[in-house]
Ligand binder design. Structure first.
Ligand code: NAD
Ligand code: ZN
Ligand code: ZN
Length: 349
């Protein structure tokens, strides 16, 4: 079968011929309906070798959904042909975190799957006709959603869902939330916020077309981060108080600096973007009792919740679909900021 693989550090991926995997005991083979193209793949392909403990090559694509193709020995609860979304972070399954469904923070991550994070993150992912899922525990049945639409919800929606849920108690009717960067994750974040809170939603991006999408999917205001008055405008929109929650889907120094200046007292500043920007902290750098945190992906139960939000129609990703042989081009477009919403690779048409 054809697969879009990451072959060499700091080089773009390429289409290669690889064998169709055979599911062993407990494993499930999925016929891929969709594999989202995430900006994290761009970071991974740009970083020098040695930053991640992964062996190359592997097939890209860590936000996946499809149909059950073949069940390994001993797998029950699913039938061939069932549409399923794949929970992407594959932990050991039995540590304290994994037992709670928090496989992102598996305590045995270093020794599970040879240190790989999951399919498309060190192990073969979904940018191929078929993908192997190591355990049926990682599958969520789909109801009305087509797998090609569901695929990005497993990361581009699950990640903001997790980041938002931990701050929901701060989003009261008098609160504001700022979403910095309205790309694949950010445009889902705006909709999740709209569905789950009554707070005012302010979108920030470098590109006007991204702000237009943000407003179309529920943001109350859009502010260009390149505007020299961006901080003053956000302060005014928040009645001088700043935002109770700031979600940064870039994580570079300029966005972290912007976020620091628009936070309210006791606010939550959550950096989701993996831009690896630094922050200089001292007692006076941020308002009193601000929480600064990173978040990584989401939990198994949160995936079930966010898929329910999509099944209900309250979350509708702005998707563009591409065949497998366009995968390299899709990453070039993503790098150039020319994907609005999420691009999804559909290896089986
Ligand atoms: P994307 O390419 O779809 O969107 C990026 C957006 O950022 C674009 O709209 C772009 O215009 C905007 N942008 C770029 N620079 C900006 C700036 N200085 N100010 C404001 N906006 C700016 O990317 P994505 O797939 O949504 O991913 C976003 C980030 O989240 C990436 O860093 C990715 O690696 C990271 N990510 C993190 C997790 C996690 O678990 N923490 C999961 C998935 C993705
Ligand atoms: Zn991702
Ligand atoms: Zn574990």
């Amino acid at each position: 079968m054809k697969a879009f693989q990451f072959v060499e550090w700091q080089k773009p991926g390429e289409i290669r011929d690889v064998p169709v995997p055979e599911p062993g005991p407990g494993q499930v083979l999925i016929k891929v309906g969709g594999a989202g193209a995430c900006h994290s793949d761009l970071h991974i392909m740009e970083w020098p070798g040695g930053m991640l403990p992964w062996a190359l090559p592997f097939t890209l694509g860590h936000e996946n959904a499809g149909w059950v193709e073949k069940l390994g020995a001993g797998v029950s609860g699913f039938n061939v042909g069932d549409p399923v979304a794949v929970y992407g972070p594959w932990g050991c399954g039995h540590c304290y975190q994994c037992v709670q469904g928090v496989e992102t923070y598996c305590e045995n991550a270093a020794t599970t799957n040879g240190g790989a994070g999951g399919g498309g993150l060190g192990l073969n992912g979904g940018m191929a006709e078929y993908m192997l899922v190591p355990s049926a525990r990682s599958l969520v049945p789909l109801d009305t959603l087509h797998p090609r639409e569901a695929a990005p919800y497993t990361d581009a929606a699950l990640t903001p869902y997790h980041a938002i849920k931990r701050s929901l108690h701060k989003l009261t009717p008098r609160s504001s939330v700022v979403v910095i960067a309205v790309g694949g994750l950010g445009h889902m974040a705006v909709q999740i916020l709209k569905a789950m809170s009554v707070a005012q939603i302010i979108a920030v991006d470098v590109a006007q077309d991204k702000l237009d999408l943000a407003k179309a999917v529920g943001a109350d205001h859009g502010v260009l981060s390149t505007d020299p008055d961006a901080v003053a405008k956000i302060r005014e929109l928040t009645h001088g108080r700043g935002a109770e929650v700031v979600l940064d889907f870039v994580g570079l120094e300029p966005t972290i600096a912007l976020g620091s200046k628009i936070l309210a007292l006791t606010g939550d500043f959550t950096v989701v973007g993996i831009g690896m920007g630094n922050i200089n902290w001292n007692f006076m750098a941020l308002p009193y009792e601000v929480n600064l945190t990173s978040t990584y992906w989401g939990t198994r139960s949160e995936l079930i919740e966010v898929l329910a939000l999509a099944e209900s129609g309250k979350l509708k990703g702005h998707m563009t679909y591409y065949p497998l042989d366009k995968a390299a081009e899709v990453y070039e477009l993503l790098h150039a900021g020319k994907i609005n919403g999420r691009a999804v690779i559909t290896p089986n048409g």
